[in-house]
Design a protein around this ligand. Structure first.
Ligand SMILES: Cc1cc2nc3c(=O)[nH]c(=O)nc-3n(C[C@H](O)[C@H](O)[C@H](O)COP(=O)(O)OP(=O)(O)OC[C@H]3O[C@@H](n4cnc5c(N)ncnc54)[C@H](O)[C@@H]3O)c2cc1C
Length: 322
């Protein structure tokens, strides 16, 4: 049997903790409180102390800081080895990793190294340790019960709120790491050049759907997003039509977003789209069909043609801002 407790695994990117790390803290804290077990974390980096202290300040009971020059950039083999060593040291049975592209790779390798059960893209963790995850592109939802002593859970980004500063700060403990003779090495990192607000971390999102009628409709969507300082999202119908690249897609087979404001323009609100944005704060729908699911679920439903409404909304925003 593994020790009680929950361990979250975090790899800062170029010295900065990704927002998903704070979502993992919330997920871990809720589970730890439900099970009355301690919450620990491991930070894997060439400079782990600062990020480790940041996690400790957000209420993680104990943070292991694994510092090594070879952990500066993400290398699946090395990060999984370092995470497995920390997991063995802590002895905890439930390990949470973010379900980012790198996190998914890390979780799979970690599960192999620890002979652990693995559930990927989890969006709900039950107090009894069972988890929910989508299957067959989200057409089915599986409830997973782990039979192995150790479980690795990759948590879908934007499904838990980010942990804020806690009343009690946890402890930070350095942990040595011997990379041995790695078979893979980091070569280079090329950042995508874009002036767009990142969809995954955006506090405001304006999304367009098939109701835009064509790619030119996105011009108004971008104008509104610009006026609001928002990121641009899209429905799958708009993406499949080739009106906007896939990286903008919101929904089960796209990105999950959790902004304070979500504006859905010409989107009917099918279940697969709602799955990616239903945790948003305030939802505004712009649509001529008052009975469509998006208009029915929105906090503010604006009935009409987006071509007439968006210029009026932009003019109003500009007027209010003086
Ligand atoms: C396995 C699977 C996975 C999927 N994954 C996703 C996913 O990740 N994301 C996703 O979005 N979909 C996904 N889908 C597709 C989903 O089922 C819907 O087909 C899709 O979301 C519909 O997109 P839409 O709302 O833009 O188009 P429609 O459903 O065609 O809606 C268009 C809306 O525009 C409105 N409209 C028309 N004219 C105007 C106008 N002038 N001004 C304003 N509004 C107007 C209409 O009234 C209508 O409500 C998935 C489907 C499957 C089967």
């Amino acid at each position: 049997m593994a020790n009680p407790g929950i361990l979250i695994v975090v790899a800062p990117q170029r010295g900065v903790l990704p927002p998903a790390a704070f979502e993992l803290v919330t997920a871990g804290r809720r589970l730890a409180d439900a099970l009355k077990e301690p919450l620990s974390a491991v930070v894997l980096s060439d400079k782990a102390q600062g990020p480790a202290a940041e996690l400790a300040a957000r209420g993680v009971d104990k943070v292991y800081a694994v510092e090594h020059p070879l952990l500066a950039d993400f290398v699946e083999e090395l990060h999984a080895k370092a995470a497995a060593e920390a997991a063995r040291k802590s002895g905890t049975g439930k390990i949470l990793v973010s379900s980012s592209v790198a996190g998914r790779a890390l979780a799979a390798r970690l599960a192999v190294l620890l002979k652990a059960g693995l559930a990927a893209d989890v969006f709900e963790i039950r107090p009894d340790g069972r988890v929910l995850r989508p299957l067959f592109s989200g057409n089915l939802i599986a409830e997973v019960e782990f039979k192995t002593p150790v479980a690795v859970i990759s948590v879908a980004p934007m499904t838990f709120p980010r942990a804020e500063k806690a009343a009690k700060t946890g402890a930070v403990e350095p942990l040595a790491f011997d990379p041995g003779a790695p078979r893979s090495r980091f070569v280079s990192f090329k950042a995508e050049e874009s002036n767009e607000v990142d969809l995954g971390a955006a506090e405001r999102v304006v999304s367009g759907g098939r109701g835009l009628g064509g790619p030119e409709g996105f011009k108004l969507v971008f104008d509104l997003a610009h006026a609001l300082g928002a990121a641009v999202g899209a429905s799958r119908a708009a993406v499949d039509s080739g009106w906007i690249p896939y990286r903008h897609q919101v929904g089960l087979t796209g990105r999950s977003v959790r902004p304070k404001l979500y504006v859905a323009v010409g989107i009917s609100g099918q279940i697969q789209h709602l799955a990616g944005m239903s945790s948003s704060g305030t939802v505004v729908a712009i649509n001529p069909d008052k009975d469509c699911p998006m208009m029915q679920t929105a906090n503010v439903a604006v009935q009409g043609d987006y071509k007439e409404l968006i210029p009026l909304i932009i003019a109003d925003i500009k007027k209010r801002r003086g």
